[in-house]
Design a protein around this ligand. Structure first.
Ligand code: SF4
Length: 291
């Protein structure tokens, strides 16, 4: 069995920055303790568990809003995750005089700046993103004239005035966004579209498309909450028509799936630690030698 190690993969600059930021402030005496992280710092449970062991407290409960968490905290430091957080939550943190550390990726802020600029010019803004994702929630919080589109099928129900400005979640699929842009151009005449898929996402998605042509089976190592990991798996299935599994670690591999497989490929999401992917590749190499 040939094992194809798809590159680039794994941590992007924004994820690396956010994780190191939390580690730095945990070690520093400058920041009031405890150190709270608002939501998963990046969407990977192994990363969150590691930071918990180092002393961080991750505030994450899908039945509870970020604002509700902040309401209950009266001291310590709040870290904003790489995805950003709604502006009213940031205002509340400041209002309560809590120490604030912002680990939002700069690429996310590029879309925020665009949204704010076009809202100021009187445009209605369409944000293409995944519903209820923290990055989407942060972007939608920037003004009441920001509207979410998740699928091309959402567009027919949109009732907004032109001019229209369109931007998107940084980890969206390059395939899906293309189709949504086409549908939007069909509906609106006075429209400006910027495509803000971040470079890290784009090159990881393109690498899958390029590398999977002759592959029998593909494994994406990533958390089921990670939008960029899910989109890598989705593109592998939809564009290269490769049987694909999204796995959290080597423990999720079922050897039954490897029967008759001649080429297996491996990639990972931008929030997946390298050691998890290396363990998966090592498993396939040893499986290959022993079968
Ligand atoms: S995937 Fe893109 S937007 Fe998200 S943290 Fe990485 S570089 Fe930033």
């Amino acid at each position: 069995m040939i094992v194809r190690d798809i590159r680039p993969r794994g941590f992007c600059k924004g994820v690396h920055f956010a994780i190191e930021k939390v580690k730095d402030i945990l070690k520093s005496n400058e920041y009031p303790k405890p150190i709270y992280v608002l939501g998963y710092i990046v969407h990977n449970k192994h990363v969150v568990d590691e930071l918990t062991e180092l002393g961080a407290i991750t505030l994450d409960d899908r039945s509870k809003s970020r604002m509700a968490f902040i309401d209950e905290i009266d001291s310590g430091t709040i870290v904003i995750s790489a995805h950003g957080t709604p502006i009213d939550v940031i205002e509340k943190i400041k209002e309560k005089n809590l120490s604030l550390v912002d680990a939002t990726c700069q690429d996310v802020y590029v879309t925020h700046d665009l949204i704010k600029a076009y809202l100021n010019k009187g445009y209605h803004v369409i944000y293409i993103g995944k519903k209820d994702h923290p990055e989407t929630n942060a972007s939608l919080s920037l003004g009441e004239n920001v509207y979410l589109v998740e699928h091309a099928s959402d567009i027919k129900d949109l009732d907004i005035k032109e001019p229209v400005f369109v931007t998107n979640q940084t980890t969206f699929s390059i395939k899906d966004i293309f189709n949504i842009h086409l549908a939007l151009k069909d509906k609106y005449q006075d429209i400006i579209i910027t495509e803000e898929i971040c470079n890290a996402t784009r090159i990881r998605q393109n690498a899958i498309i390029k590398s999977n042509e002759d592959v029998d089976l593909c494994y994406i190592v990533g958390d089921t909450r990670s939008n960029n990991s899910k989109n890598l798996a989705k593109l592998s299935k939809e564009i290269t028509h490769t049987k694909t599994f999204l796995i959290q670690s080597v423990d999720d591999i079922n050897p039954i799936d490897l029967k008759d497989v001649k080429i297996v490929s491996v990639s990972s999401g931008a929030s997946t630690p390298e050691y998890l992917t290396k363990e998966v590749i090592a498993f396939f190499k040893s499986y290959s030698n022993n079968n």
